[in-house]
Design a protein around this ligand. Sequence first.
Ligand code: AP5
Length: 406
Amino acid sequence: MELTRELTLFSCFESSNMDTFAPFKFKTVSLSRIKIHDKIFEPFISAEEIDKAVTVVAENITKKYRGKKPVFIGVLNGCFYFAADLMKKINFSCEISFVKVASYVGTQTTGNVRQLLGLDQKVSGRDVIIIEDIVDTGNTIEAVTEIITNMGASSVSVATLLMKPDVYDKKVKIDYVAIDIDPEFVVGYGLDYDGYGRNLNQLYVLSQAENLKSNEDMLNIVLFGPPGAGKGTQAIKLKEKYELVHLSTGDILRNEINNETELGTLAKSFMNKGELVPDEVVIDMIGNCLNEYRDAKGFIFDGFPRTTEQAQALDNLLEEHSTEIDTMLSLEVDDEELVDRIIKRGQESGREDDKNESVIFNRIITYNKKTAPLKSYYDEQGKYHAIAGVGSVDDVFERLTSSIKS
Ligand code: AP5
């Protein structure tokens, strides 16, 4: 079965109790945020918006320079996208050349000296339009303008894709600005972060929330165990004690089924047989929930991860949020007790996958085959803790909290 991207649209809610759910719909954002080196960037200015702004700059330049045969000088590396798109929209006769700006330390009196590399164009007596990707404090554009003026250009003007007016402190007039931005760090459309990101066809901005937030104090728990082990029961108590967000993939999927969504219909076909819903569906769900609860003090993952692929995906998602799993608490209950509990609950709750004994057995078999191996995954990271899941609910809770404390 092919899973379409639409299936990643789902109701993300924190699990608490079914009566208090406040589901809402939102579009997946986990796919649109990007990571470059250690930083997370969010979509900022779309390719369409950039195109419109570049068109306006091209029209204004055309009005002023038609018939004058100016020479455009692009300042590399960042200008390559803007220069290319701008030139496609300039429909009068002109020339274009590119330079790189090099700095070297001069004498005590000259200080930092800038020079242009690669200028193979005669600018003397010409109208020059400098193409920049971004102007912030203006150091570079001031130096480039001065050098070209000193080379005898009859006029020098500046066209920039981005301008940070709040930090610009030079006297050079910036004649054509496609887009004014706040003093933020952006990548894409020619601009880079430590060499990467230039090829993105839209602009992204550094996610302040992501990068400034210290997530070291978060408490992230994988509450693990077979069907009926008491994960949901204990998660409610842990959530209250530690003020955590409780994410139960089972609850989220059942909510989708109740709302008769496309995702719900898909999930039902697996859940009613006691099989696992495909990894990509649940991974997207959790990714969206993590984005939704960015200010959380931590998470209880209940029923997730259930496969090695899900566990690896969770590690990656948490890394993007500068956090990680602290502990994996595995509730251990023997199969006989599990079946008794689930059948009893099925009689009261009417949960579809609790009603049929063969489905219950298949859930336990699926757990043993696909999910239980995750104990080794977390054991290798020193995070696996087996907790006896029999006895009163309070006794089990006491064991869990003692384990968290230690
Ligand atoms: P999910 O909803 O996660 O169900 P489950 O893992 O089968 O777990 P249960 O809800 O049955 O049990 P629990 O451990 O939460 O125990 P509970 O506290 O309710 O998943 C359902 C389905 O969704 C899966 O089969 C799969 O198809 C799909 N799915 C979900 N996540 C997925 C994922 N990540 N990937 C792919 N597919 C996914 O307790 C059970 C009963 O025992 C209750 O009646 C309770 O009152 C009782 N009880 C609890 N503690 C005690 C105690 N100490 N003593 C006596 N009784 C107790």
